[in-house]
Design a protein around this ligand. Structure first.
Ligand SMILES: [Mn+2]
Length: 430
């Protein structure tokens, strides 16, 4: 039985274990440049595509999208809705959820922005604190105690639900899906009233900026909330495009529009957030444990507290900066003693334009017994999350703990080895 975590189960075939209890997991998104999340094949960007002007048909289409969205908002005038964010919300998700809240407010729709995990990346904490971003943490227990019947619908932004533990709760409370706006690979299981899913767009912040430009809300430089939201959107856009390095024309255009409203000092303050000691320690471990092969840097960092799980993608960000490395994969066992949670979490970063992180991760780790992938990616970044099944659980015996890590470490390396093929010098994806 799937206890509502519509995600992933591991069968460790080599150990002949099938796991019995669904573990709390999701391919969660994280960080600044959120990796995880099931995201689609974003193949290399062709120069011709970059040069493309919006055709009149695409303009018609975007007009229609805006009209559809307006109609849905109008139909739900006066409702109260839940905006579900990933368990580890990233700037793209946070800023867009906020923009959505401001848009919805004009239709007297009240939005509660919620996430179940942790804000663990220093920049995300700074973003929320410095902008006063109205987001709330609802742990799954807390969510279970809530009266969800006050909500007439839920909204997913920058995800399609596979990265939030709250989705199953909301679904079991029979709250209908209203709106999904995302840039990850389409997952067909939700049937919202309105969906705008653009798997070739680099950031959801770009989509929301286009909504704002199309007049869904009129931003005003005299309105402090608008200024802060525009600043948050720029940060979201930056972080999903690796500081605009992977931005496409539409992202630059969106950033240009937002620059009329944003507060550069505030943005600077968010970006200046310094790394915690724990993150530095994880980066150090990743550096020490890395194995270099065929331009890949692969590193298992051992155990990591749940609260610091965002250190993994940050370590991957760092490892990929090494000379002659085009792709870095960092993973570890993330645990939470209070919740009795243990899960393998990993991040991939690549500079190689022909390497599709989504395909790479899906190919490397395959699917669970329910046909769900253990992870995926977007352009330049990917992530995975593998439940530990029967082996889950804290054990005081350090030798046992060590042994458990070694098994997972070896298994993951073995899966990756198949793709990091030294003979061909090429990455094989699907
Ligand atoms: Mn995003």
């Amino acid at each position: 039985m799937n206890l509502g975590y519509p995600s992933v189960f591991l069968t460790i075939s080599t150990l002949c274990l099938t796991h019995l209890t669904p573990v709390v997991t999701e391919p969660t998104r994280s960080v600044t440049d959120s990796d995880h999340a099931l995201k689609h094949s974003q193949s290399s960007q062709s120069p011709s595509h970059l040069a493309e002007q919006p055709s009149s048909s695409s303009r018609d289409e975007s007009d229609r999208t805006i009209q559809d969205l307006k109609q849905v908002l109008d139909r739900h005038r006066g409702d109260r809705v839940l905006v579900l964010l990933q368990d580890f919300p990233d700037p793209d998700a946070l800023s867009c959820a906020w923009a959505f809240q401001l848009i919805a407010k004009q239709y007297e729709i009240r939005c509660d922005l919620v996430y179940a995990g942790t804000l663990s990346h220093q920049e995300n904490i700074a973003l929320v604190k410095l902008t006063g971003l109205p987001v709330q943490r609802w742990t799954p227990q807390k969510a279970r105690e809530r009266d969800l019947s006050i909500y007439q619908g839920y909204v997913l932004i920058d995800s399609q639900g596979s990265t939030t533990q709250l989705l199953s709760l909301v679904q079991s409370a029979d709250i209908p899906a209203l709106i999904v706006v995302d840039h990850h690979a389409i997952q067909d299981d939700l049937k919202p009233e309105f969906a705008d899913i653009r798997s070739h767009t680099r950031a959801t912040a770009t989509i929301f900026t286009q909504y704002i430009q199309a007049g869904l809300i009129k931003f005003d430089t005299g309105n402090r909330e608008h200024v802060k939201c525009a600043t948050a959107l720029i940060h979201g856009l930056r972080s999903d495009t690796n500081g605009l390095m992977h931005a496409q024309e539409e992202d630059f255009l969106a950033a240009g529009f937002l620059s009329r409203f944003h507060d550069s000092q505030l943005l600077n303050a968010v970006l200046q957030a310094s790394r915690s000691k724990q993150v530095m320690d994880v980066i150090e471990r990743a550096l020490r444990n890395r194995v270099l092969e065929n331009n890949f840097s692969i590193s298992g960092i051992g155990y990591l507290r749940y609260d610091y799980r965002d250190a993994i993608p940050q370590a991957a960000d760092f490892l990929v900066t090494e000379e002659n490395v085009h792709t870095a994969v960092v993973y570890g066992i993330v645990y939470d003693e209070d919740e009795d949670l243990e899960v393998v979490i990993g991040s991939l970063r690549t500079n190689k334009i022909t390497l599709d992180p989504d395909e790479f991760i899906k190919e490397a780790f395959g699917q669970d017994s329910q046909g769900r992938f253990f992870g995926g990616g977007r352009a330049m970044a990917g992530g995975f999350e593998i439940p530990m099944g029967f082996l889950t659980g804290y054990n005081e015996n350090s030798e046992y703990t060590q042994l458990k890590w070694q098994v997972f470490d070896a298994q993951i390396k073995q899966k990756l080895e198949r793709l990091v093929d030294p003979e061909e010098g090429e990455i094989r994806t699907m």
